[in-house]
Design a protein around this ligand. Structure first.
Ligand SMILES: *[C@@H]1O[C@H](CO)[C@@H](O)[C@H](O)[C@H]1NC(C)=O
Ligand SMILES: *[C@@H]1O[C@H](CO)[C@@H](O)[C@H](O)[C@H]1NC(C)=O
Ligand SMILES: *[C@@H]1O[C@H](CO)[C@@H](O)[C@H](O)[C@H]1NC(C)=O
Ligand SMILES: *[C@@H]1O[C@H](CO)[C@@H](O)[C@H](O)[C@H]1NC(C)=O
Ligand SMILES: *[C@@H]1O[C@H](CO)[C@@H](O)[C@H](O)[C@H]1NC(C)=O
Ligand SMILES: *[C@@H]1O[C@H](CO)[C@@H](O)[C@H](O)[C@H]1NC(C)=O
Ligand SMILES: *[C@@H]1O[C@H](CO)[C@@H](O)[C@H](O)[C@H]1NC(C)=O
Length: 709
């Protein structure tokens, strides 16, 4: 039954298995009952309600919507963008009256940072709004990223397709907060009606044995087959842990060969963890009339992505009564992934839910699911398709490719197309005056295409990493107005292209590399002023003599001897005078010795050392109200050609070679499906990161949801 390439889930028979093993335990009946009670209890009622936060963007007051009495929190204290009256583009959108939009004047990137989100697995759903009935000219087209990973790029015409008025992704949140950002493309202003952050089961939609926390699943399609209208999970009376999924509908696959079936009966094995599918989903189906013809469903997709596909079945056709009467194969883009599927056999019964899941790589622009009957036609109740986005180590927090989307690379990162390697590279970091704290990581040298670094006006501590000397293309290095200490590493003298070096207003000390002093005579501009004690080049004080280790040991013994001599106390006046002189001499030398020691750079903690690394709740909380920019630092690893080693998952897929890599960037016409931004800037196999600054507007909802109190 298990086919090559395919992975499948078999909840029905798993349950039967479980039942059998309980039986084998032969527990006394009371115990068995207790056990059963406990398990039913823990699955159903005892489980605390999932975390749910719903935000009505632009609302002055919390809103409660009918008929489900759902509470939507106001976000009026949020200072970014402009609140406005909403027009509802679709019956799917929640009945809310306001939205928040972000004109270009508020910057190309605007974010909601939501704190106090418990660790967990979440559905994040963003409803788009429009301030007037949109037309082709005014329809806002923008990109959305969650936790720094782009999940959607709105396509032209979304506002006329009911089911395209929101975007949804499944994300693991581990740092107590979530960032949701909107990136303008210059075509209309991003306008957001509502945001939902709904916790789901930790193992929901787990497509492999291991939990892939770094992978974000973007919901591409959810279809309930054989029904006449779209429904949310709440309409299906679905379990709260199901994340109130929206099920679009399909009545026919467009062939004469299919028809609808439905049942009023109960469905077994539905609504069970981890996905809690509503039983009602299995009460309708599309079945084939002709036992020969295929049922086929095709979805337009983005090429070169991996898709996770979940197929739902329940044998609800009264004419099929036993094993062997209905058998079909399931093909995806022509590959047979499940062979000889017999729903009754796999689910264990009629009217019992069966879920199969598989992952496919799609190179073209369509994804076709084919049910190929072998016996008695095919049946299908529901289809879910998710696009897998960038697998990223969650630890790194903010993820994604700094150069994507091209129109709006991360603030602070300057990207350039490198024609020799046919890749996008970061050639500049403009992170001046960003309120950055922490140490400069040694890994900065992995950005080996950097020409300019400006970290002026931050609160960077520790020493200047000597690895900076490896960035041979570096022309500008501005580290002024920080709290850097230690000395200027000798390696900076190797930077022959260096034109500007500003290290003024730090706490640096020690000898400036002589090579820099030499350069000073030429055209370069250096500023070493306002430090603790730099020395050694023209314009700075001369440095004291450097003491060897031998000399220091000598001095140590000297001090000891002098001390002893003093304690013994010489009576000889002449001798005493000599001793005093010596002590003074030695004291002077030890002082210089101490100074020389500061030449050794402070050790940089190995691994990722920055507070910037994982922006914490406190980090965000410390900024309030106004537009803030903050930074996350991970490890940028511009590995270029040699990408062999690390075990960190690759951040991104390799970008397809482009014909017109530069030039089109700023003014790509928004909208057409062809100009969706290619994933991955081809930093070679791994990305990187060093400093990415995001513009963000912290939102701290004044009234946390009741379950928090
Ligand atoms: C999806 O399929 C994989 C591979 O067979 C399986 O390990 C996993 O448990 C399935 N997921 C669910 C939620 O059934
Ligand atoms: C919503 O609230 C109204 C009145 O406050 C109540 O009558 C109704 O039953 C509630 N509906 C739900 C689904 O809880
Ligand atoms: C929004 O609607 C309210 C009443 O529904 C109205 O008072 C207000 O003027 C409207 N605001 C704008 C900007 O149109
Ligand atoms: C799809 O998955 C395969 C196997 O896990 C992986 O090698 C490949 O890079 C993925 N492709 C994309 C576009 O993510
Ligand atoms: C770095 O940024 C600061 C502050 O914005 C600016 O004054 C300075 O000129 C920049 N340095 C260079 C070398 O451009
Ligand atoms: C530099 O500053 C860091 C952090 O403030 C400190 O741990 C370190 O000891 C200092 N190094 C020197 C050489 O003063
Ligand atoms: C160097 O920086 C200091 C401030 O730290 C400034 O006052 C001075 O003008 C700068 N010198 C040059 C040559 O730019």
């Amino acid at each position: 039954m298990r086919k090559a390439n395919g992975t499948w889930a078999l909840r029905g028979s798993e349950l039967k298995h479980l039942a059998r093993s309980v039986h084998r335990l032969r527990l006394p009946l009371p115990w068995l009952l207790l056990l059963l009670c406990c398990s039913v209890f823990s699955v159903a009622s005892a489980r605390p309600a999932p975390f749910a936060m719903r935000i009505s963007c632009g609302a002055r007051e919390n809103v409660i919507t009918k008929p489900s009495n759902t509470t939507w929190f106001k976000d009026f204290d949020y200072s970014g963008g402009i609140p406005f009256n909403a027009t509802s583009p679709s019956f799917i959108t929640p009945p809310l009256d306001t939205l928040r939009y972000f004109p270009l004047s508020s910057g190309p990137e605007n974010c909601y940072m939501i704190n106090r989100v418990p660790h967990g697995h979440y559905v994040i759903r963003i409803f788009f709004g429009s301030i007037a009935l949109p037309n082709y000219e005014t329809e806002p087209l923008f990109d959305i990223s969650v936790e720094g990973t782009q999940i959607t790029s709105l396509k032209s015409g979304w506002s006329t397709h009911d089911d395209q008025v929101f975007s949804e992704a499944l994300v693991y949140l581990r740092d107590g907060s979530v960032s949701i950002c909107f990136h303008s493309t210059g075509h209309g202003d991003p306008a957001i009606l509502a945001i939902e952050i709904l916790q789901i089961d930790e193992r929901a939609y787990q497509f492999s044995q291991q939990v892939s926390e770094g992978i974000i699943l973007r919901t591409a399609k959810r279809l309930s087959c054989g029904v006449e209208d779209a429904k949310f999970g709440v309409d299906y009376n679905g379990d709260q842990w199901g994340g109130d999924r929206f099920w679009n509908y399909i009545m026919t696959f467009g062939q004469i060969a299919d028809t609808r079936r439905s049942t009023q009966g109960t469905i077994k094995q539905a609504s069970s963890p981890p996905n809690f599918y509503p039983a009602a989903l299995y009460k309708q189906a599309i079945v084939s009339i002709d036992s020969q013809l295929d049922l086929e469903y095709t979805l337009d997709v983005d090429p070169n992505r991996n898709y996770s596909i979940w197929l739902h079945f329940a044998e609800i056709d009264a004419s099929i009564t036993g094993v062997g009467q209905r058998v079909f194969d399931i093909l995806i883009n022509g590959d047979t992934l499940f062979e000889d599927v017999d729903v009754i056999k796999l689910s264990g019964d009629r009217y019992a839910a069966l879920v199969l899941n598989t992952t496919v790589a799609v190179s073209g622009r369509t994804l076709t699911i084919t049910l190929h009957p072998k016996q008695g036609g095919a049946i299908i109740n529901a289809i879910e398709i998710f696009e897998k986005t960038l697998g990223l180590p969650v630890r790194l927090g903010w993820n994604g490719d700094p150069c994507v989307p091209q129109q709006h690379p991360w603030s602070g990162a300057d990207c350039q197309f490198d024609r020799t390697s046919n890749k996008w590279v970061i050639d500049g970091l403009a992170l001046d005056n960003q309120g950055l704290k922490g140490f400069l990581p040694n890994d900065i040298s992995k950005l080996r295409h950097l020409q300019s670094i400006n970290l002026s006006g931050n609160s960077m501590q520790g020493s200047i990493p000597s690895s900076l000397g490896k960035i041979t293309s570096l022309e500008v290095l501005d580290l002024s107005f920080n709290s850097l200490n230690g000395s200027i590493p000798e390696t900076l003298g190797q930077l022959t292209s260096l034109q500007t070096l500003n290290v003024n207003s730090n706490s640096l000390s020690g000898k400036v590399p002589a090579a820099l002093g030499g350069r000073l005579l030429h055209r370069a501009s250096f500023n070493f002023t306002d430090n603790h004690g730099l020395c050694g080049i023209p314009g700075l004080p001369t440095c004291g003599p450097h003491l060897t280790a031998g000399a220091k040991i000598g001095i140590g013994f000297g001090v000891l001897a002098a001390f002893l001599l003093l304690v013994i106390g010489s009576i000889c006046c002449w001798k005493r005078r000599q001793n005093i002189l010596r002590v003074q001499q030695i004291a002077a030398r030890t002082l210089r010795g101490a100074k020389a020691k500061t030449n050794f750079p402070a050790p940089i903690p190995s691994g990722i050392s920055l507070d910037l690394n994982a922006p914490s709740a406190t980090h965000w909380a410390s900024h309030s109200g106004r537009l803030v920019e903050f930074l996350h630092t991970g490890v940028l690893n511009d590995m270029g050609g040699d990408g062999a080693t690390t075990d960190t998952p690759p951040l991104m897929a390799r970008r397809e070679p482009q014909q017109t890599p530069v030039g089109v960037a700023g003014n790509a016409p928004a909208g057409g499906s062809n100009d969706t931004v290619p994933e991955g800037s081809g930093f070679g196999s791994t990305a990187l990161f060093l400093g990415l600054v995001r513009r963000g507007l912290p939102i701290d909802l004044n009234e946390p949801p009741p379950m928090w109190l």
